[in-house]
Design a protein around this ligand. Structure first.
Ligand code: SF4
Length: 260
């Protein structure tokens, strides 16, 4: 497994994604420092060095909105000029997209650029759901065609050990996600230092999923080297068992990715 560093640009790829097809990545998080509202112990971008403070925060290293939008425009123009059809424009990158104070403005402008330059590409968001208690953030999330929100555990203490959230509780996150329609939940399963692949942990997650009622659940495991030693991937057979149990007990499609 390889380590993945921080993206040094606001637009990267396109990359071939198992879930999204040809996807142009959009990173609206800082490029110089790992900044996030979670400190997930498996994060492929490394350990979080600076935790996000409040929605009003605008540290000097936060990427300027005008520069982000200019890179998005240039990236879409480049792909269009090359005759490449993108399947998705995906907000993900170095940290949590909704942490950016201009997340709403950037989303609206990117949709406009998408409509103009690459109208068949779907707008996708990968988010840790840190800010879903905010109606304003939920409205912005709902503007994405594909809304993938993270939920790695159904029990507070286990969730804290894996995701190391900053300034939010699991109940708040789950209640907020449940208010957004058409959500896909992504759950990362790990073992070793912390284990959320036990039957008890999966059962607690299922309780939360029944409340949220997503349209799909994607379960996956590490395919990059984690920043902490002792954090290990779940094997493929166990991952498929987990997906099967989730689908059986929630009645919602659950798909396993990875864990070969
Ligand atoms: S929420 Fe995403 S970017 Fe932030 S620490 Fe977790 S995996 Fe990394």
């Amino acid at each position: 497994m390889q380590r993945l560093g921080l993206e040094q640009r606001y637009v990267y790829g396109p990359v071939r994604s198992r879930r999204l097809g040809w996807s142009l990545g959009v990173n609206i998080s800082p490029t110089a420092v790992k900044h996030c509202s979670f400190g997930c112990i498996y994060c492929e971008r490394g350990l979080t060095r600076v935790f996000y403070g409040s929605p009003q925060d605008r540290p000097e290293y936060m990427p300027p909105t005008s520069e982000i939008l200019e890179e998005i425009r240039t990236g879409l123009e480049r792909e269009r000029a090359a005759g490449r059809q993108l399947d998705a424009i995906t907000f993900a990158g170095n940290g949590e997209p909704t942490d950016h104070p201009d997340f709403g403005e950037i989303t609206v402008e990117t949709r406009r650029l998408r409509d103009q330059l690459m109208p068949r590409a779907r707008m996708a968001l990968l988010s840790n759901a840190r800010h879903v208690q905010s109606a304003r953030i939920r409205d912005v999330i709902s503007q994405f065609d594909i809304r993938c929100l993270k939920l790695d555990a159904g029990e507070e203490s286990l969730w804290r050990r894996i995701d190391v959230p900053f300034g939010v509780t699991l109940d708040e996150v789950v209640a907020g996600i449940a208010k957004i329609s058409g959500v896909t939940i992504q759950s990362m399963f790990i073992t070793g230092k912390v284990d959320n692949a036990t039957e008890a942990a999966v059962g607690a997650l299922i309780e939360r999923l029944r409340f949220i009622r997503p349209i799909e659940i994607q379960v996956y495991t590490l395919d990059r080297e984690p920043p902490l030693s002792g954090v290990r991937p779940v094997d493929g057979e166990r991952l498929r068992e987990i997906a099967a149990r989730i689908q059986r007990e929630t009645g919602t499609p659950a798909i396993a990715y990875g864990g070969e």
